[in-house]
Design a protein around this ligand. Structure first.
Ligand code: FES
Ligand code: FES
Length: 159
């Protein structure tokens, strides 16, 4: 028997970390839930579902967005980058390694979103000042670190 499309469903075609996915989604499905539950890309976290914490941050056609603030259908035809796309094979990239080296995470809940915000910042400003780094991650809440080590980690990559 043919699979039944979700109520109010639409077929979306999205490129995520270089792989193209085609899925039927409900019109109301949030992009973060699409990534986590439909594509099994659970690196992006849900901290608030209200656009405040930044744990769900991803890049949408290269622009930093909070994926709990977008519908999956809005990503139709778009290219999305998530934290899973940062490593080069089994090798963490320079930014990820810097977070480890500078003890820029504790519980790690905010880390995927922080990494995506920092990635967006470093692409725009390869050598950001401390002020620019703090502005770049201002949409990301960390309950653990006090931010100092996160800023240091990002600064070390841009140095
Ligand atoms: S879960 Fe999206 S901003 Fe908090
Ligand atoms: S490391 Fe725990 S919220 Fe940031």
């Amino acid at each position: 028997m043919a699979a039944t499309a979700p109520v109010g469903g639409k077929t979306v075609t999205v490129r995520v970390n270089g792989t193209t996915y085609e899925r039927e989604v409900e019109a109301r499905r949030l992009l973060i839930h699409f990534l986590r539950d439909d594509l099994d890309l659970t690196g992006s976290h849900v901290g608030c579902d209200t656009g405040n914490c930044g744990a769900c941050s991803v890049l949408y056609d290269g622009t930093l967005v909070k994926s709990c603030m977008l519908l999956a259908v809005q990503a139709d035809g778009a290219s999305i980058e998530t934290v899973e796309g940062l490593a080069e094979g089994d090798e963490l990239n320079d930014l990820q390694q810097a977070f480890g080296a500078h003890h820029a995470l504790q519980c790690g809940y905010c880390t995927p979103g922080m990494l995506m915000s920092a990635t967006a910042l470093l692409r725009e400003k390869p050598h950001p000042t401390e002020d620019e780094i703090r502005k770049g991650i201002q949409g990301n809440i960390c309950r653990c670190t006090g931010y100092v080590n996160i800023v240091e980690a990002i600064k070390s990559v841009g140095a």
